[in-house]
Design a protein around this ligand. Structure first.
Ligand SMILES: Nc1ncnc2c1ncn2[C@@H]1O[C@H](COP(=O)(O)OS(=O)(=O)O)[C@@H](OP(=O)(O)O)[C@H]1O
Length: 884
């Protein structure tokens, strides 16, 4: 009826086309759109509410990877152990020469090294050589050249030095050879080596030489059929026994027209080992860059071989495939009993390739039996097979953790826990995954606490730390006793995907499996937790296709040993392998949209400081702290019960308490734009990790430090300790402390170090300048802070760009009794710092003065150079010191 009326009006208004009807037409058009939207909304809702499935004919693809190498002898596949019996005096580091660090080849090399977590130093070719040795030890285990030109065009002296280093320390080189730009040049001899390069060649049917000692991860025997994408290969020709081919290919028809090569099916050499019999240096040459995935394997094995196993990669790969939401999914896309059968069958097949393989199923109990009748039967089947799989708990209704407080989170988890009990689901591994990663990173403390309380969780995983991309930079960390492991994606994401409509085409998925992104996660990560979702185990079962294919491919091409252990064991292995990852580095959640989305709406980055007074200790930091607070737009942190006015977050154990703990020290600013929150912790200045940590959390923060004569600072520290009743300071004279040898008792050395080390200003300042530009760092001359704090406060305000500009003449007054400037409290009264600041003690004796003058001289000279370089004013005391 409604449709009929609507159609009549449409005919009247539009089909007649009279201008008189224009107004009516527009109205009708609008009502038509509204009406149609309404109808489609009803239809859409009806469809979902009635669980009427959107049926797509499932068309599950079959994994089609077959290994061809079965006819080769098994001994050829034994991975080589490159560790050398000789005790080689070389560091576990690589030196990379690049023509430009922004070139494609350079980026590929560095990202591959980063992915493999190989420490490297980047050097611009043509510049001076870096120091190659240190105390009789070679600093680098392998030298890499982005291009052959970078090596051959080195000035003679440097090249001789480098060659000699390689000969003396048995250090090998990896050299990438690129085609000459003009296609006219076809062949060229490498200067100084009996090696000829053939440029701009297209190759096909790439295979590896099985008879070489290089292969460790790489397993020879397979062939990459057809043309290899790049058409500018360099192939090698030689007539000397020092050379051993690493890989061959066939010439392919060149894609460019002006080439004179006629493809003749002849075999060419694409990667080459120079065994070093000519000049004592082993070299690996690549006839192309690392775009080609097989080259990445050769590269990793090449580094292992040339470094005599110093930089060998483990062969074990620990794999865990999480199916994140086994019952969650809209109807029509969920698993049926057949899909569950397929899952179990696939697991059986995978168990032949990956020892102890089990799909790890996550569940949110509320969604159980919420599908069509077929899907509900699927749910039942999963439970029937419950003991075949591993299990972990989600939230009861798949809630996002960061949105709830601890009580609500616990309620949800307890429901899920009870569901597991009622249905005999074996949840055994103290592992959980947060829906949407929410609450894991950025950390939502209540989630960690609730996990502990309800499930006694010890391990989780996320793809969000430190960031989602690039995926190869994902890392783990430990927080509140929970090991957070990095998580990999396999290209299927949360959506249900179908093979014939796979984004980018099926080839994209297959490329990722066959040498592409997914394959590389196996190649580079010893520990891999993959995220998948239920929808891709139903329908086209793309997850089964993906894992069976990639694992087969890995088995064909590599000697990697695929294993599964419990998440807890995985966590322990991960942090044994990468102990440096244990400590998280907190970042500002507000600078990254993805982090913002999974951070509690109750939290705000406005509660983070805009500037920090970082010390060092005993330079007048407390006076500055008090003076700053006089300004109405400057808000200091709340006092800490342990460390009084100092928060001391970035330097010690407090850092592990997380950023919620830190933010609690700051008021909510009335006006986030014009108010300036700050804190001062005087031991930040010389804290090893502090600049890095501050930069991660507060990249835009301004940094203020105060420098006084480091000798005076050392003495003031000693007097401070003595006044506080420190036993060592009481029993030893200042001179005894500062001259204490390394054989002195530990506590004496500790006091010596705390007295002397913060004063090596140049070292510490350099660290800050590595992370912050000089325009973000303000250096106060501590002498001036004492003698003319009004002028100093004027400059500080200008540096901070703070409004209103205060004239501190009205707020500070010299107090003759105290001997320092103090805060004006009334017409004739002032409020000075307590007895602990501005102490009276005898002057330093001459011998100590001389000792310290000597001790700091070199550093002070370096400091003045550093300050000049960054256009800082040289403090008066330093000027005087250096002119004496
Ligand atoms: N206005 C004012 N009032 C009091 N004291 C002042 C002032 N300006 C600078 N100073 C100098 O500050 C020194 C103490 O430095 P800190 O506050 O940085 O010490 S601490 O690290 O926080 O313990 C303190 O060192 P000592 O003289 O050794 O006590 C003072 O010399």
């Amino acid at each position: 009826m409604m449709f009929k009326r609507f159609w009549e009006r449409l005919k009247t208004n539009y089909l007649r086309g009279s201008p008189l009807h224009r107004v009516g037409r527009t109205k009708t058009l609008v009502s038509a759109v509204v009406c149609l939207s309404f109808l489609s909304f009803i239809a859409f809702s009806y469809h979902f509410l009635n669980s009427s499935p959107v049926h797509r004919i499932a068309n599950p693809p079959e994994p089609a990877i077959t290994c061809r190498m079965n006819n080769l002898q098994k001994s050829m596949f034994t991975p080589k152990d490159h560790t050398s019996k000789e005790r080689l005096h070389i560091g576990a580091r690589v030196l990379v020469f690049v023509e430009s660090q922004y070139s494609k080849a350079a980026k590929q090399i560095t990202s591959s090294l980063q992915y493999a977590r190989i420490d490297y130093k980047l050097e611009n070719a043509g510049h001076n050589l870096p120091t190659l040795t240190h105390a009789d030890k070679g600093r680098f285990a392998v030298i890499i050249f982005e291009s052959l030109e970078a090596y051959v065009n080195m000035d003679n002296w440097n090249r001789q030095l480098l060659d000699k280093y390689c000969q003396d320390y048995k250090v090998g080189m990896i050299i990438f050879v690129h085609s000459a730009d003009e296609y006219g040049i076809e062949k060229e001899k490498v200067p100084g080596l009996p090696l000829i390069l053939r440029y701009n060649v297209a190759v096909k049917d790439y295979r590896l030489n099985a008879f070489t000692d290089i292969w460790r991860i790489t397993k020879p025997g397979e062939t990459v059929l057809d043309n290899i994408e790049e058409d500018d290969w360099v192939v090698f020709e030689y007539n000397h026994s020092t050379y051993e081919p690493l890989s061959y290919a066939k010439l392919a028809p060149p894609p460019y027209l002006n080439s004179r090569y006629i493809p003749d099916n002849s075999t060419v050499v694409c990667a080459l080992l120079d065994r070093g019999t000519l000049d004592g240096i082993q070299r690996i040459f690549f006839g192309n860059d690392l775009s080609f995935w097989v080259h990445q394997m050769i590269f990793i094995d090449g580094i292992s071989y040339l470094s005599h196993g110093k930089l060998s990669f483990p062969l074990e790969r620990y794999i865990l495939v999480d199916v994140d939401d086994i019952f969650v999914g809209i109807t029509g896309t969920r698993m049926t009993a057949d899909d569950v059968e397929a899952l179990a069958k696939s697991q059986e097949r995978l168990q032949k390739e990956v020892s102890n393989f089990h799909f790890n199923l996550g569940f949110s109990g509320w969604f159980y039996q919420h599908g069509t009748s077929l899907e509900n039967a699927g749910d039942q089947k999963i439970l029937e097979y419950r003991n075949k799989f591993w299990w972990f708990g989600h939230m009861w209704r798949h809630e996002q953790g960061h949105k709830f407080d601890q009580a609500k989170l616990e309620t949800s988890m307890i429901k899920n826990y009870q569901f597991a009990k009622e249905h005999n689901i074996p949840v055994m591994h103290q592992y959980a995954v947060a829906p949407h990663h929410s609450g894991v990173y950025p950390v939502h403390e209540p989630l960690y606490q609730a996990w502990k309380n309800v499930w006694d969780i010890r391990v989780t995983s996320t793809e969000e730390y430190p960031r989602l991309y690039p995926s190869w930079k994902r890392r783990g960390f430990i927080h509140k006793g929970v090991m957070v492991l990095p998580r990999q994606t396999c290209g299927l994401f949360t959506k249900t995907l179908y093979i014939d409509t796979y984004p980018g085409g099926r080839k994209k998925l297959d490329d990722s499996i066959q040498g592409g992104e997914l394959f590389k996660t196996f190649l580079y990560n010893p520990i891999n937790i993959y995220m998948t979702h239920m929808g891709n185990y139903a329908n086209d079962r793309l997850a089964l296709y993906t894992f069976e294919s990639v694992i087969k491919f890995v088995k064909c091409w590599t000697n990697l040993q695929l294993k599964q252990v419990t998440p807890l064991e995985m966590g322990i292995k991960y942090f044994e392998m990468y102990p440096e990852d244990k400590e998280p580095v907190w970042q500002d959640p507000c600078v990254y949209k993805r982090h913002m989305q999974i951070w509690s709406a109750n939290k705000s980055c406005d509660r983070l400081p805009k500037f920090l007074v970082v010390g060092p200790q005993k330079t007048g930091t407390t006076a500055l702290y008090k003076f700053l607070q006089i300004h109405p737009a400057i808000l200091a942190n709340y006092n800490s019960p342990d460390t009084f006015e100092e928060v001391q977050f970035f330097n010690g154990n407090n850092y592990h308490k997380g950023i919620d703990w830190y933010m609690e020290f700051f008021p909510v600013p009335g006006n986030a734009t014009s108010d300036f929150l700050f804190e001062k912790s005087a031991n930040y200045f010389d804290g090893e990790l502090v600049p890095y940590r501050v930069h991660s959390l507060l990249p835009k923060a301004k940094i203020i430090c105060i420098l006084i004569d480091p000798a005076k600072r050392a003495y003031s520290w000693y007097q401070h300790m003595k006044a506080r009743g420190d036993q060592i300071a009481g029993n030893y004279t200042f001179h005894e402390i500062i001259t204490a040898p390394d054989s002195a008792p530990r506590k004496v050395r500790e006091l010596r170090n705390r007295s002397l080390i913060p004063g090596i200003y140049v070292q510490h300042l350099q660290k800050w300048l590595e992370f912050f530009p000089s325009r973000q760092i303000f250096i106060i001359d501590g002498g001036r802070l004492k003698s003319n704090p009004v002028a100093v406060m004027h400059n500080v305000q200008r540096f901070l760009h703070i409004e209103p500009h205060y004239d501190y003449n009205d707020y500070l007054r010299f107090d003759p009794k105290k001997g320092f400037f103090c805060q004006v409290s009334s017409a004739n009264k002032s409020e000075c710092l307590g007895r602990g600041k501005g102490r009276h003690y005898p002057p330093m004796n001459e011998t100590s003065v001389e000792f310290l003058e000597q001790f700091y001289r070199k550093n002070n000279v370096a400091l003045s150079k550093l300050l000049s370089k960054h256009k800082y004013r040289i403090p008066d005391w330093l000027e005087k010191e250096l002119s004496d």
